[in-house]
Design a protein around this ligand. Structure first.
Ligand code: PAF
Length: 282
């Protein structure tokens, strides 16, 4: 697998492909790839002639007390997954390649980021929007692929692309789960065996919420109370948030009378995990 470290190298490769008339798909990641990422890379390689995967642990999207230093990194493992999934090249820059001395321009969003992860991680989406804009400008793909596990991130990126007239199609792909239901995440590697068992409370509660909606419940407080009670029954779990929001505005709603997102962030020990489900309109 070809791995390039500089903006110049990835730009040269993509422009060679463009000369040959190839379409280009892009999967931005922070590495430590798992089956969730693999599904995005596979989708991109089905839909495009060439696929670029970026592996960059973006310092700007981590808060001061978050896990930037301990975030798992293993480029050899990543390059195997990219190869097996049909990707063509990895862009793996160092932080000083992305953020040169004196870097001082940012992309931020005033809507969609006030609730959910935006509330508990105040600098997060400014970091995500800035790095994704930079990566889009560097790679200039036709299409970019994002997982629905980060549902708020997906909504933010779609909105940003629309607001800033970025000519890239954004494609969301379904959550990939372990057989036991746990949503795949690079952060699952932080969990001890005992914590892994406790972490199943997230997906069990998600499935419970899905059933309540399927059975006709439309009152968000009733659904959320039941979901929170279920999570609180797990001694190692501590709720950051469990909320139902309007899918377009990411603002909390009382009643499910429009397309909505039910999303949660829960600490299992020190590890913060997220999960969610979409609620279609009847
Ligand atoms: O979802 C992620 O892994 C990151 O937020 C992203 C989109 C690669 C930006 O750093």
């Amino acid at each position: 697998m070809k791995i390039v470290k500089t903006v110049e190298e990835i730009r040269n490769q993509v422009s060679e492909w463009r000369k040959e008339g190839f379409s280009v798909g892009f999967v931005p990641t922070m590495g430590y790839l798992h089956e969730g990422h693999a599904s995005l890379i596979k989708k991109s390689s089905e839909n495009n002639d060439r696929t670029v995967v970026s592996v960059f642990v973006n310092p700007m999207q981590f808060g001061a007390n978050e896990d930037l230093d301990s975030y798992p990194r293993d480029i050899e493992h990543d390059s195997k997954i990219v190869e097996e999934s049909g990707g063509d090249i990895i862009f793996n820059p160092e932080p000083d390649e992305m953020y040169k001395n004196g870097f001082s321009s940012f992309v931020d969003m005033t809507v969609l980021t006030q609730e959910l992860c935006g509330l508990s991680r105040p600098v997060h989406f400014r970091g995500v929007c800035t790095v994704v804009t930079k990566l889009f400008n560097i790679v200039k793909p036709d299409r970019a692929y994002f997982g629905q596990k980060d549902a708020q991130q997906l909504a933010v990126i779609k909105h940003m692309v629309r607001d800033l007239n970025i000519d890239i199609e954004i494609i969301g792909c379904p959550i990939v789960r372990e057989e036991n239901g746990l949503a795949k995440s690079s952060r699952n590697t932080y969990l001890s065996d005992e914590e892994k068992k406790s972490a199943l409370i997230l997906s069990k509660t998600i499935f419970m919420g899905i059933d309540m909606v399927k059975n006709g419940e439309r009152d968000c407080n009733i659904i959320l109370d039941a979901m929170k009670k279920n999570i609180e029954s797990e001694p190692l779990a501590k709720i950051d948030y469990v909320k139902i929001v309007d899918l377009d505005t990411m603002q909390m709603i009382e009643k499910i009378d429009r397309p909505a997102l039910c999303a949660m962030a829960v600490y299992i020990g020190k590890t913060r995990l997220i999960d969610n489900f979409f609620i279609e309109q009847d």
